[in-house]
Design a protein around this ligand. Structure first.
Ligand SMILES: Nc1ncnc2c1ncn2[C@@H]1O[C@H](COP(=O)(O)OP(=O)(O)O)[C@@H](O)[C@H]1O
Ligand SMILES: [Mg+2]
Length: 588
C-alpha cells in the first residue's frame, strides 16, 4: 500500500451528514417523538392501578385506552418515517462512497494501482462500504436512539423517585469500569479476526482463478491443508472474541438485574410506608426495564462503530494515494497525430533500486513500421508503457510530433494510439461488445471489417451466436490465439495513428500470424506500426528494427543492415532460424 498519504482527497463522513442534513434532522426528530410517546405506556399502568381500579372508574379507563391507541398510531407513523429516512440516507451515502472510490481508482497512475491489489480494492468497495452502511442505518441511529432514551428515561426516573433512582444507577459505574477494561481486548480480537478473514477471502479467490495450475501441479492436498490451517486460526480468534463478548453480556445482565432487585427491595418499603403509590412502583419498574435496554444497545453500537471507523480508515488509505498529475499547465490538444516519435535519453525504473531502461534514444518517422526485438525481460514492454504514458520516464523526454509527451492531453493522445498486449484483457460480454469496447455508435459493418483484417471473422461467423456470442469472464471461452485476434480487431476499430503490437500475435501459428500481419499493414497504410515480436518473420519487413538488451538500445537498422553487421541481432536471428519449423522457413 502506498504510504504517500494525502488528506486532500480523504472522505469525511461529516461532509455526507451535511449533504443530507434535512433528512437526518427530520429522522432524529421522529426518533425523539417515538421516544417520548413510548414513555406513555408505563404511565398508563400507573393510572390504571392508582386511579381506575380503586374507584372502578370505567370512563377513565376508556380514556386511557383511547389515548394509548392514539399514541400507538402516532408512534408507528413516526417510526416509519424515521426508518424510511435513515435507510434512504444510508443507501445514498453508500452509493456516493462507492462512486467516489471507483472514480478515484481511475485517477491513480497504473504504478499506484499495481501496488493496491484487486482484492483490496474490491473489499473496500464491497465489505468496507457495507460496514459503513450498516453503521449508518442501524447503529448510528440506534446510538442516537439509545442516548435520547437514556436521558429521557433517567429524567422520568428521577422525577418519580430520587432515592430509588440513585440506588438503581449505583451499579452503573462498576459496569462502565469493567466494560472499558474488556472493550479494547474485544476490538483487538475483532480486528485480528477481520484480517484473517480477508486473507482467507483472497486465498479462495486466488485458488479459484488458479485452479488449473493447482490441479496440474497436484497441489490440491497442500492447498486444502493450508486452507484448513487458516480456518483453524480463524476459529481460535473467534473463540476469543466470543468469550469476551459473552462475558460482556453477562456483566451487563448481572448488574442491570442487581439494580432491579435493589429497587424491588427498597421500592416495596417505600410503598409500605406510603411514600409511593403501588402504581408508581409498577410504572417505575417498567421505566427501569426500559432504561437498561439502551445501555445494552450502546455496547453493541461501540463494536460496529469501531468496525466502520476502521473501514473508513482503509477506504481513506486508497483515497489518499496521490493522483496522477493529469497534465502540466499548458495542455496541448492533439487533434491528429502524424506519428513523429522521438525518445531522447530516456531512463526508467519501476523501483528506484533497479534500472529497467537506460539512455534510450531513437526516432520514428510518420508512417514507419518499426520492429522491436530483444530477449524477454529486456524492457520492451516497459518501453511501450512509457510511450503510452502509463508510466513516466525517470529522466529524459519523449516527443510526439515534436511536442513533449508530458504536455499533451493524455486522453486525447491515447485516442490516436492503440495497443495490443500479449495477453490483452477481454471483458465478460459479447464479441461485438468487446471489439467495440469504449467506443460509441459503432456500425456492425466496421466491426466485421476489422475482424476480417484480424483474421477472426470466419471463426466468429461460424459460431452459433456469431458476433453476439458471449465470451465469458476475461474471454476465457476462447483460445489465446482467438483472444489475441479479437484484441487486434478492437485496436484497429479505433483507427489509430499509431498501432502497437506487443507480442500480440505470439499465440498464433506462423501462417495465421503472417496473414494477420499483412492485412494489418495494409489496413494501417501510411500510419505507424510498432511491432514487438519474437518471430523474426514478423519484423523482418519493418523499416527499422530496434534491438533492446538489458534495458539498452544496442542496435538499430533494417533487417539487412543488422544481419550484415553480424552482431547481436544476427546471432538471435540465426539461433531462431536453426530452430524454426519448416513452415516458418518457407515463409522466410
Ligand atoms: N510492474 C513492474 N514492477 C516492477 N518490475 C517490473 C514490472 N514490470 C516489469 N518489470 C521488470 O522490468 C523488466 C523489463 O520487463 P519488460 O519490459 O516487461 O520486458 P520485456 O517486455 O522485454 O520482456 C523485467 O526485469 C521485469 O521484471
Ligand atoms: Mg513484454
Amino acid at each position: 500500500m502506498n504510504k504517500k498519504l494525502n488528506s486532500r482527497y480523504e472522505i469525511k463522513l461529516v461532509l455526507y451528514f451535511r449533504r443530507y442534513f434535512t433528512a437526518i434532522i427530520l429522522s432524529i426528530l421522529c426518533m425523539l417523538l417515538v421516544n417520548v410517546l413510548s414513555l406513555a405506556f408505563p404511565w398508563a399502568i400507573k393510572i390504571v392501578l392508582d386511579d381506575v381500579l380503586p374507584r372502578y372508574d370505567l370512563i377513565l379507563l376508556n380514556k386511557v385506552i383511547m389515548g394509548l391507541l392514539a399514541i400507538l398510531v402516532l408512534r408507528a407513523l413516526f417510526g416509519f418515517v424515521r426508518k424510511y429516512l435513515s435507510n434512504k440516507v444510508g443507501e445514498k451515502i453508500v452509493c456516493n462512497l462507492r462512486e467516489e472510490i471507483y472514480r478515484k481508482i481511475y485517477k491513480l497512475s497504473i504504478e499506484n494501482i499495481r501496488r493496491i491489489t484487486p482484492n483490496q480494492i474490491l473489499s473496500r468497495i464491497t465489505q468496507d462500504v457495507e460496514n459503513i452502511r450498516y453503521f449508518i442505518i442501524t447503529d448510528a441511529v440506534e446510538f442516537i436512539y439509545a442516548i435520547v432514551s437514556l436521558v429521557l428515561i433517567l429524567f422520568v426516573l428521577f422525577w418519580i423517585n430520587i432515592k430509588l433512582t440513585l440506588l438503581a444507577v449505583i451499579t452503573l459505574p462498576f459496569f462502565v469500569l469493567l466494560y472499558s477494561r474488556l472493550m479494547p481486548h474485544l476490538s483487538l480480537a475483532l480486528k485480528r479476526y477481520r484480517e484473517v478473514n480477508s486473507q482467507i477471502f483472497s486465498r479462495i479467490n486466488e485458488a479459484i482463478q488458479g485452479m488449473p495450475v493447482i490441479k496440474t501441479l497436484n497441489a490440491e492436498e497442500n492447498e486444502k491443508s493450508k486452507f484448513k490451517g487458516m480456518q483453524d486460526n480463524l476459529l481460535t480468534m473467534l473463540n476469543k472474541s466470543h468469550w469476551l463478548n459473552v462475558s460482556l453480556w453477562v456483566i451487563v445482565d448481572f448488574f442491570s438485574s442487581l439494580g432491579l432487585i435493589l429497587v424491588l427491595w427498597v421500592g416495596a418499603q417505600e410503598v409500605m410506608s406510603g411514600k409511593m403509590t403501588f402504581g408508581e412502583l409498577m410504572a417505575y419498574y417498567s421505566y427501569l426495564g426500559m432504561f437498561f435496554v439502551p445501555v445494552i444497545r450502546l455496547t453493541a453500537v461501540n463494536n460496529s462503530f469501531q468496525e466502520s471507523r476502521a473501514s473508513l480508515l482503509r477506504i481513506n488509505e486508497i483515497m489518499a494515494v496521490e493522483e496522477q498529475a493529469s497534465s502540466v499547465i499548458n495542455v496541448l490538444n492533439v487533434d491528429k497525430l502524424l506519428g513523429q516519435i522521438e525518445f531522447k535519453n530516456v531512463y526508467f525504473s519501476y523501483m528506484e533500486s533497479k534500472p529497467i531502461l537506460r539512455n534510450i534514444s531513437f526516432e520514428i518517422n510518420p508512417g514507419e513500421i518499426v520492429g522491436i526485438v530483444g530477449p524477454s525481460g529486456a524492457g520492451k514492454t516497459s518501453l511501450i508503457n512509457l510511450f503510452l504514458r502509463l508510466y513516466e520516464p525517470a529522466r529524459g523526454d519523449i516527443f510526439i510530433d515534436r511536442h513533449n509527451l508530458r504536455e499533451l492531453d493524455i486522453r486525447k493522445y491515447r485516442e490516436h494510439v492503440a495497443v495490443v498486449m500479449q495477453d490483452d484483457f477481454l471483458f465478460d460480454g459479447t464479441i461485438e461488445e468487446n471489439i467495440a469496447f469504449g467506443l460509441n455508435n459503432v456500425s456492425s459493418s466496421d466491426v466485421v471489417t476489422v475482424a476480417q483484417v484480424a483474421q477472426i471473422h470466419e471463426f466468429i461467423d461460424g459460431l452459433k451466436g456469431g458476433y453476439k456470442t458471449n465470451i465469458g469472464e476475461r474471454g476465457l471461452r476462447l483460445s489465446c490465439g482467438q483472444r489475441q485476434r479479437i484484441a487486434i480487431a478492437r485496436a484497429l476499430l479505433r483507427k489509430p495513428s499509431v498501432l502497437i503490437l506487443d507480442e500480440a500475435t505470439s499465440s498464433l501459428d506462423a501462417i495465421t500470424e503472417n496473414l494477420v500481419q499483412k492485412a494489418v499493414i495494409d489496413f494501417m497504410k501510411g500510419k505507424n506500426i510498432i511491432i514487438v515480436a519474437h518471430r523474426f518473420s514478423t519484423i523482418m519487413e519493418a523499416d527499422k528494427i530496434f534491438v533492446i538488451k538489458d534495458g539498452m538500445l544496442i542496435e538499430q537498422g533494417s533487417h539487412k543492415e543488422l544481419i550484415a553487421r553480424k552482431s547481436f541481432y544476427s546471432e538471435l536471428y540465426f539461433e531462431q532460424f536453426k530452430d524454426e519449423d519448416l513452415i516458418t522457413r518457407n515463409i522466410i
